[in-house]
Design a protein around this ligand. Structure first.
Ligand code: AQP
Length: 338
């Protein structure tokens, strides 16, 4: 029996080298290993939880779809689809929302991070968070959307609809997967055995840091990230601005980040090989530009035929829907919805 795996990436912007090394590259390896039945999706509904513009959202969704394909996700080998095109995701998410306690959702670390609770000087403990919610309800300036809090219920639905055995995620998603397991157990205990409890497959714990602030992770919505489709000139321009260190002997988090990237893209990582950080940056820019040369060509071709791209997504959604529909029908029957 092949392990069934499922994972997704938010459509909150084009993908950067952090998304590639931390997720996409490993998705392609899992797909090509032949030992897995793979489901990969673009989480466009999750992208609504952070600020977005409609035109940008649809453009980002197509770009991310093209990037999955250009990186090697093959719709003949993996079920590849858009979350919003399989309506069962939102229906099951609602059911899970009604089973999940508010306390559990408030405890999720990503909520703290994305809702910027720190700006409200909130301690990272449940009592303080409860107090925070009470305060926030009375604060008209507090504009955090409810989707950001309920996001883990949608994520549990994204996963459990397909009854996967393995869920590959980055470290930052482990708490959400734990909540998914908890939801599955809660459901099984109350309504009868329905969901197998998936295992968390922690992808290589690596974190690519921002070029301008190496204490923060590189992010689609943060400072200028190294995008997978950046031209060689653009890569060099961004790397030239990257924070390094004043003393070449001492190093710094920024230098460690560049060295790590150089290792990942097949270059030497010994800083002493470079007399100046500029040489390190130039060498890295060359390696990254070479690594993604084929990717850039493929992506350009895929983006030139949007009709075919949307057709691929529609076919993937139809395959996914067959499985999701069965699970949802089972759930509805068990909880008494007729
Ligand atoms: N800097 C990173 N280093 C390593 N892995 C990373 N991932 C994201 N940033 C880095 C991994 O990429 C996968 C998909 O990410 P996502 O878009 O679903 O969520 P995210 O972590 O919120 O990604 P971003 O790029 O930071 O997007 P925004 O700016 O929209 O929040 C995940 O497996 C993640 O670990």
């Amino acid at each position: 029996m092949k392990e069934r795996i499922l994972s997704g990436i938010r459509a909150s912007g084009k993908l950067h080298v952090g998304n590639y090394l931390g997720a996409l590259k490993q998705f392609v390896e899992l797909q090509n290993s032949g030992g897995h039945e793979c489901f990969f999706f673009i989480a466009d509904l999750h992208a609504l939880t952070t600020p977005f513009e409609p035109k940008e959202l649809s453009q980002n969704t197509l770009e991310v779809a093209a990037e999955y394909l250009a990186a090697g996700i093959d719709p003949d080998k993996s079920v590849f689809f858009l979350q919003s095109q399989v309506l069962e995701h939102t229906e099951l998410a609602w059911i899970f929302n009604c089973l999940t306690s508010l306390g559990e959702l408030l405890r999720m670390p990503q909520f703290t991070e994305k809702a910027k609770l720190s700006e409200y000087k909130i301690e990272n403990n449940v009592t303080a968070r409860r107090q925070f919610i009470v305060n926030a309800m009375n604060d008209m300036k507090f504009h955090v959307n409810a989707g950001l809090l309920n996001y883990p219920s949608l994520m549990a639905a994204d996963i459990l609809l397909y009854k996967p055995t393995l869920v590959p995620v980055g470290e930052d998603q482990v708490a959400h997967i734990d909540l998914t397991k908890h939801t599955a157990k809660l459901f099984n205990n109350r309504f009868g055995e329905t969901f197998p409890i998936p295992k968390t497959y922690l992808q290589k714990p690596l974190r690519i840091m921002s070029l301008s602030d190496p204490t923060k992770k590189m992010s689609k919505t943060g400072d200028e990230a190294l995008m997978l489709d950046d031209s060689p000139q653009e890569i060099l321009r961004k790397l030239k601005k990257a924070v390094t260190a004043t003393d070449t002997k001492k190093g710094s988090p920024g230098v460690e980040n560049l060295k790590f990237l150089l290792e990942q893209f097949g270059g030497t990582s010994r800083v002493k090989d470079f007399t100046k950080y500029n040489e390190l940056k130039e060498s890295l820019a060359k390696k990254i530009a070479e690594h993604f040369a084929e990717f850039r060509n493929k992506k350009t071709k895929i983006m030139a035929n949007k009709k075919q791209l949307t057709q691929i997504l529609a076919e993937g959604a139809s395959k996914a829907q067959k499985i999701a529909g069965k699970t949802l029908a089972e759930v509805k029957e068990k909880i008494g919805l007729i």
